[in-house]
Design a binder for this molecule. Structure first.
Ligand code: BJW
Length: 253
């Protein structure tokens, strides 16, 4: 038996006891769907500077540029599909009695894969918000007819309903995510560089409260050395392997 198989067996054994589970995902879980990540090889920030695009100052300074970037990303996301890893997490939501999925992603892929209860910490790229009235609407127009788009009711600028640097995360969502992290027994951390706060603190909270931390990421992160299980591989490969093992049962093959 390889070391990978041994680790997966050990983890599946823990999962079969039906522990409380929290999952934190980042851009890496959608990488195998063809969505660029932010940092690292082929990351979005290599071509674009974050402070030029993902801050309120950037948006109000040059809304056309920022909207072009979001329009381009919406085009990519709209043309791609969730993969096996997203589907495994959707299945686990129905399988485990206490399962919370927390994502930093704005692409909506977890919902598209069938997850119902998703805590979206950084918002959703398919929602737009009026910068004057604060009203939020679902919007799938792609490409936009007019960039930057304006509110049909009051004429003010519309913005993507996402969280930029220096902005607060939706407070209720963050509270629920923090509570789930503090009370889970197993926390999966999948496809995040664990760099951006406050999301990066959630696995630390879980570990401090005694949860087993399971990281899935081809590259090492600040969490890797302290994680109980560190799978340095792709989410779309490892999640189905764990799921298969889980379904195979104690003595199954
Ligand atoms: C694979 C894979 C495969 C590849 N399988 N894996 C405390 C200390 C220091 C700073 C701060 C602090 N608290 C707050 C801050 C400031 C700031 C911050 O964190 N700055 C850092 C730069 C240090 N945080 C904020 O401003 C947050 N707001 C806040 O805290 O409000 C209160 C406050 C305000 C002001 C001051 C103090 C407090 C808001 C953060 C908002 C982040 N927004 C973005 C954009 C969202 C909209 C959009 O999408 O356009 O969110 S930035 C970007 O980073 C995006 C992501 O959700 C987020 C995290 O990135 P993620 O998901 O980790 O992606 P990557 O690319 O970094 O990593 C991908 C990983 O996948 C890699 O590791 C790969 O190896 C891996 N991978 N293929 C598995 N197949």
């Amino acid at each position: 038996m390889s070391e990978l198989e041994r680790q997966i067996d050990e983890l599946a054994e823990i999962l079969r006891t039906g522990p409380r589970i929290a999952v934190l995902t980042g851009a890496g879980i959608s990488a195998e769907s063809g969505i660029p990540t932010f940092r690292g090889k082929d990351g979005l920030w290599r071509e674009f500077r974050a402070e030029e695009l993902a801050t309120p100052q950037a948006f109000f300074g040059n809304p056309g540029l920022v909207w072009q970037w979001y329009d381009w990303r919406r085009g990519i996301i709209g043309a791609k599909e969730p993969h096996a890893g997203h589907y495994v997490l959707a299945r686990w939501e129905r399988h485990f009695p206490d399962f919370v999925l927390i994502t930093q992603n704005v692409d909506g892929f977890h919902r598209r894969a069938g997850s119902r209860n998703v805590l979206e910490l950084h918002g959703n790229i398919w929602e737009i918000r009026c910068t004057r009235e604060g009203t939020i609407a679902e919007n799938t127009e792609c490409p936009f007819r007019e960039i930057p788009p304006h509110c049909p009711s009051c004429g003010a600028l519309l913005r993507p309903n996402v969280v930029w640097f220096g902005e607060s995360l939706p407070s209720e969502t963050l509270e629920e995510a923090t509570a789930a992290s503090a009370t889970c027994e197993v926390m999966f951390v999948i496809g995040t560089s664990a760099y951006v706060q406050p999301a990066a603190s959630l696995p630390v909270i879980a570990a401090e409260r005694g949860a087993k931390v399971v990281e899935i990421n081809p590259e090492p992160t600040p969490l890797s050395s302290t994680a109980d299980f560190s799978f340095q591989a792709k989410a779309g490969e490892i999640l189905p392997l764990i799921d298969e093992r889980l379904l195979a049962g104690r003595t199954g093959t």
